[in-house]
Ligand binder design. Structure first.
Ligand code: OGA
Ligand code: NI
Length: 340
């Protein structure tokens, strides 16, 4: 418990174990905010512009693997409520956090710091994380935190609404790729994990990271980053910042969508940096397949001119490989690439 960075109110200098090697540090360089990552107005999908929206999503997923959505249908009050609830959670006294704290990766609901590999990792990340599954709600809610008292009610509603949004986005992607109707609806999007990152103010953001460079292992990710900068993506070999926008969600493609689309959609490498002034709390929803789902490039996207780039596998196997490779992008993909 004393390892949680949210408990370190008085630390003046960054402990040695948080200092990353020079080639991984963000440095003092100010990373520009990206003005070109598309902001897609989903409110328009309800009227005639559906095909235009599909095209925007597809283009963004091909070029950046990232886009933001506004007028997404998740109510602003609910989002604000969820944001303040998680701030409250990370500010609770130690004894309240202790009941959720666990270093056991098998526990469904857990609060931990840095990564689940804390004991063996070379450098620690400047973040605490709370995560738990959230679909179906009836199955998982009983394991969720009981404090703050409105936790289950608020997070339950948030999870259900974000699920609706993610299924809607997947349906638009399905259309854009020309896949059979409802391709992602069942097994491929069956599971949902809520992962809340809390990055307290850091004594030296130039030397450390909140999250190191990675691609998300799942199908698609819907992230609420609030109004504090910190999320960065590599574009043409340079890190660029994803601009915090009011009432927006950041969406990114995961490995599984890259593989199913046979490389058409890109899962982007991204990371989170810290800052010295204010805490940053991000609410991340990972949509992912059931463990026994078979993942492979979709039949509709493979032909003589476009041979499959990846072999078929079960999602559970991928998930273990990802953990074993420590999320290293090249090593993970190597295990699934076909030589063509
Ligand atoms: C993640 C992630 C970024 C952020 O949780 O996978 O990339 O800004 N988070 O918290
Ligand atoms: Ni990520």
């Amino acid at each position: 418990m004393e390892k949680l960075v949210s408990n370190w109110y008085s630390v003046q200098s960054l402990p040695e174990t948080y200092v990353f090697p020079p080639d991984q540090r963000p440095g003092k360089l100010i990373v520009p905010l990206c003005k070109t990552i598309p902001v897609i107005d989903l409110g328009k999908a309800e009227d005639h512009d559906q095909s235009d929206i599909v095209q925007q999503i597809l283009n963004a997923s091909q070029e950046f693997g990232f886009f933001q959505v506004i007028n997404h249908g998740v109510s602003e009050n609910l989002v604000d409520d969820t944001v303040s609830l998680f701030k409250e959670f990370f500010n609770m006294p130690d004894e309240d956090k202790a009941s959720v704290y666990s270093e056991d990766s098998n526990k469904s609901c857990k609060l931990f710091t840095s990564s689940l590999n804390y004991a063996n990792e070379e450098f620690h990340l400047w973040r605490d994380n709370l995560r738990h599954p959230c679909h179906p709600l009836e199955e998982w809610m009983q394991f969720w935190p009981e404090k703050p008292t409105r936790y289950r009610e608020v997070v339950g509603t948030y999870s259900a609404e974000v699920r609706e949004l993610s299924l809607r986005i997947l349906q638009l992607i399905c259309e854009g790729l020309g896949l059979e109707q409802g391709y992602f609806r069942d097994e491929l999007a069956k599971c949902q994990l809520l992962s809340v990152n809390h990055y307290p103010p850091c004594p030296d953001p130039s030397l450390t990271l909140g999250l190191h460079k990675h691609c998300d292992p799942n199908l698609i990710t819907i992230l609420h980053q609030g109004d504090v900068c910190g999320l960065q993506v590599i574009k043409d070999g340079q890190w660029i910042g994803i601009e915090p926008l009011p009432n927006a969600f950041v969406v990114n493609i995961g490995y599984q969508l890259q593989i199913i689309s046979n490389g058409k959609l890109k899962c982007p490498e991204h990371r989170a940096v810290t800052n010295s002034k204010e805490a940053r709390t991000t609410i991340v929803t990972f949509i992912y397949p059931s463990l026994d789902s078979v993942i492979e490039p979709a039949e509709e996207l493979v032909n003589e001119c476009n041979p499959p780039l990846y072999r078929a596998f079960q999602y559970g196997e991928f998930s273990s490989t990802y953990t074993a490779c420590n999320g290293d992008t090249e090593t993970v993909l190597e295990a699934y690439k076909l030589r063509v």
